[in-house]
Design a protein around this ligand. Structure first.
Ligand code: NAD
Length: 532
């Protein structure tokens, strides 16, 4: 462990405030390695009983969790709004909706995804083969700040359904809302007589997250920056502990000359400005073909200028709230300054809204962007629409793939064949045609990235199974019980094994037939020599 991540004293606290109003929200403990290990031990104790529950029992808890989420919908959204600065609509769509859809998915399909699966036993015809999905034990979840409710619940739901305990390290920027969210899950467990200690939340900075990685948790689901993802993987190698890394993106959107422009403009606005762009699958680069470029730019610029910004729980309705993390505004300013110095032009926004408070950045439209600029390569994670002009499909694909990231991507065209052709060439974990980021709402689909966007998948069957020990089980199909033994090795044994390989794997009937005589002769010799 580096000095930077040495465990802090457990008496230390971290302050929380509302990004939109700067009102203080309280102080929270900075938990040290001992406190983290204690949380893992508590979850582990509770998991012993939970790990033996039936799918019907787990479904009952999930159903209650869904009911409580609906009952507490407004309180959940308000807590997310106060803690992260987003609007109530951003909270409803980005926090609660995907969690409800995830619960619906596990209720409908979780058992099917996790029940034992028969596999072919190949040449061992006398054997049966199956895969079983057992709980791992305690799963560690390390969360970023962008969607505090979703970032806690979305990994917790599949982990719990698969029979695990959960210890979540919440972000130092959104710690305040963690308690009501934890209580929501615990209330669902309590309602069915299960131990609420099964789910734990730990608070603190990077050191607390690092302590969770080396705490003995059985797997780590980390969502955050590539920089910290590498550190998590390095620390996890000590175990070794398995990791899933969800590390952000630099998602391209390609707008072809035959796109439905009204729709493309609307989706671009949503993709960039929802939650002020603080989304891993936010649209970070828009490649627009020559023929529609000017009109696209005109419409998104007018659209961006129309958006209202302000404190989300104030008197008037706003489209955009505040940025959650103060440092993110500095990053956006740095990237914009670099782009402008290299020739980019700002058509809307572009400057921090100090009149609203220190953490407001307005919807911004940036044109004349090119690949020499940092904003094309580094995640800006804010409300900046970077638009690049392209003259062909090939150029759009080449530039879209010119990134170290590879999370999501999207293509806008009315031509299905063209859409499939472009989508097939984009290097990313997900591609959406004529929409953005919607792959996340289809919970049957795996979610994750390539390149520095991460390792492993969450969501869908892949995500549920990622919470399991995928165990191979071999049984007797026939009541033989007796296996084949080569001991003691006879002078004929090697030749016999080689001949059998020829019989089984030879090319076609003629290729196999060549070995049959040898196999029969050597088998007879082998039997004779074993008897003597
Ligand atoms: P971050 O990497 O700074 O922090 C994420 C979490 O990791 C925090 O809880 C932090 O305390 C903890 N942490 C920091 N150092 C650690 C270490 N060495 N070991 C263990 N834990 C450590 O990220 P952030 O700024 O909170 O979030 C923004 C990033 O998250 C962006 O890059 C964004 O794209 C990414 N993100 C990705 C997804 C996805 O699903 N792919 C979703 C949301 C956010």
């Amino acid at each position: 462990m580096t000095t930077e991540h040495a465990p802090q004293a457990s008496t230390a606290t971290l302050p929380a405030h509302e990004p939109a109003t700067q009102s203080p929200l309280g102080e929270f403990p900075v938990m040290d390695a001992a406190a983290v290990r204690d949380a893992v031990a508590r979850a582990r104790r509770a998991q012993r009983a939970w790990g033996t529950t039936t799918f019907a029992q787990r479904r009952a808890v999930m159903r209650t969790l869904m009911d409580l989420t609906l009952e507490r919908h407004e309180a959940i959204c308000r807590a997310a709004v106060r803690d992260s600065g987003k609007t109530m609509v951003d909270a409803a769509l980005g926090e609660v909706f995907p969690v409800l859809e995830k619960i619906r998915y596990v209720l409908a399909h979780g058992e099917r995804d996790l029940r034992p699966e028969r596999r072919s036993s190949g040449i061992l015809a006398q054997k049966g083969a199956r895969v079983e999905f057992h709980p791992l034990g305690v799963v560690g979840v390390i969360c970023p700040w962008n969607f505090p409710f979703h970032n806690l619940l979305c990994p917790a739901v599949p982990a719990l359904f698969a029979g695990n305990g959960v210890v979540a390290k919440v972000s130092e920027h959104t710690t305040w809302s963690a308690e009501p969210y934890l209580e929501l899950i615990r209330d669902a467990l309590r309602a069915h007589g299960h131990d609420p200690e099964l789910v734990q939340v730990v608070s603190g900075y990077g050191a607390t997250g690092s302590a969770l990685v080396t705490s003995g948790a059985d797997k780590i689901f980390f969502t955050g920056s590539p920089h910290n993802g590498r550190k998590v993987m390095e620390a996890a190698s000590q175990g070794p502990t398995d990791v899933v890394l969800e590390l952000g993106g630099k998602d391209p959107m390609i707008v072809c000359d035959d796109a439905d422009l009204d729709h493309a403009v609307e989706q671009a606005m949503l993709g960039v400005f929802t939650a002020c762009g603080q989304m891993c699958v936010g649209v970070e680069r828009i490649y627009v073909m020559d023929a529609v470029y000017d009109e696209f730019v005109r419409r998104v610029t007018a659209g961006a200028k129309r958006l209202r910004q302000g404190a989300p729980l104030g008197d008037s309705v706003v489209d955009c709230g505040a940025m959650t993390m103060p440092r993110q505004l500095d990053i956006i300013e740095e990237l914009l300054a670099d782009a402008k110095a290299k020739g980019a032009r700002v058509l809307a926004g572009g400057e921090r809204r100090r009149d609203l408070g220190p953490q407001f950045f307005p919807p911004t439209v940036l044109v004349d962007v090119d690949h020499s600029m940092r904003i094309v390569h580094e995640e800006q994670f804010g409300p900046v629409m970077s638009i690049l002009r392209v003259s062909s499909e090939d150029e759009a694909i080449r530039l879209a793939n010119d990134t170290a990231y590879g999370l999501g991507s999207s293509v806008f065209t009315k031509d299905r064949r063209r859409a499939d052709r472009i989508a097939g060439q984009l290097r990313s974990g997900m591609t959406v045609i004529n929409d953005y980021g919607i792959a996340y709402m289809i919970q049957s689909l795996p979610f994750g990235g390539v390149g520095i966007s991460g390792i492993g998948r969450i969501n869908g069957r892949e995500g549920l199974r990622a919470c399991c020990n995928t165990k191979a089980v071999v049984t007797d199909r026939l009541p033989l019980g007796k296996g084949v033994s080569v001991y003691p090795i006879q002078p004929t044994t090697y030749g016999l094994v080689r001949a059998i390989c020829g019989v089984v794997y030879g090319n076609g009937v003629r290729g196999r037939a060549r070995h049959v005589a040898d196999a029969a002769r050597l088998f007879a010799a082998e039997v004779r020599s074993r008897r003597s």
